[in-house]
Design a protein around this ligand. Sequence first.
Ligand code: DX5
Ligand code: ZN
Length: 241
Amino acid sequence: MSTEPDNSLKQFAPDRVLICPSILAADFGNLASDIKVAELAGVDFFHIDVMDGHFVPNISLGPGIVNAIRPSTDLPFDVHLMISHPAKFIDAFVAAGADHITIHIEAEDPVEEVIGQIHSHGCSAGLSFRPDTDPSRVRPYLDTIDLVLAMTVEPGFGGQSFRHDVVPKITQVRGWLDDMERDIHLQIDGGVNNETAIVALHAGANLFVAGTTIFKSPLGVNAATKALRDALTSQGTVETS
Ligand code: DX5
Ligand code: ZN
C-alpha cells in the first residue's frame, strides 16, 4: 500500500465538475510543455489514453511515455487502458506515475481481480463501457470502483463526434450512482466540447475528458479551457436523478 499522499481521483468530491484534457490530442513532440500550458490554464487532472492496437484499432503510448511526462506536473494522471489484457500492465503504469486507472468492461481479464490490483497500489479505479455496450454490465462492480467512464465515441481515436445515443446511458448510470452509499465519479470521454459537455452534465456526468477541444482549439489551450469551464459552471452543479 502506498504511503504517498492520495493523489488519486478519490480526493475529489463526486459532485465536483472537473475538466481532464486527454494528451492524445496534445503535441506528442512537446508533451511536457503542452502539459505545463494546460496546468497553467487550470485543468484539474490529465487523461492518458493507452491503446494496444488490439482492443482498439490504434496504438498510442505506454508506461515509458507516462514516466517521461510524470515530472511535468503534480496533477493526477488518469490512465485510460483501452487494452485487452490490463492485468499485465497495472504495475508498470503505477510505477510510471499513474494515480488513477480505468479498465474496460469489454477487456479480457477478470474485472474484480484487476480493480483489486489497482487499489492495492493506492490508486483509484474506474470501469469504462463502449457506446454500444449495455451499461448494466458495469453495475455489479459499482461497490468496488471509484469511477464509471461512459465512452461517448467508439474508443480508438480522438477528434470524433459525440455520440448522443449514449446520453440516456449516462442518465441511467447516474441513477445507479445516486443510490449508492459510496462516492463514484461519472466521466465521459470523446467528442466533448462546450455544447456536448452541457448535454452530458445535465445527464449526470461530472468528469469531462476533452482532447481536441483543449489541445487543438484555434483559441489556444488557455482560452479553450476557460471556455469549457465557463460553459459547465454556467449550468450549475451536477444533475442528480
Ligand atoms: C478515444 C479517446 C478520445 C480522447 C478524446 O479512444 O479516448 O475520446 O480521449 O478525444 P476528443 O479529441 O474527441 O476529445
Ligand atoms: Zn480516454
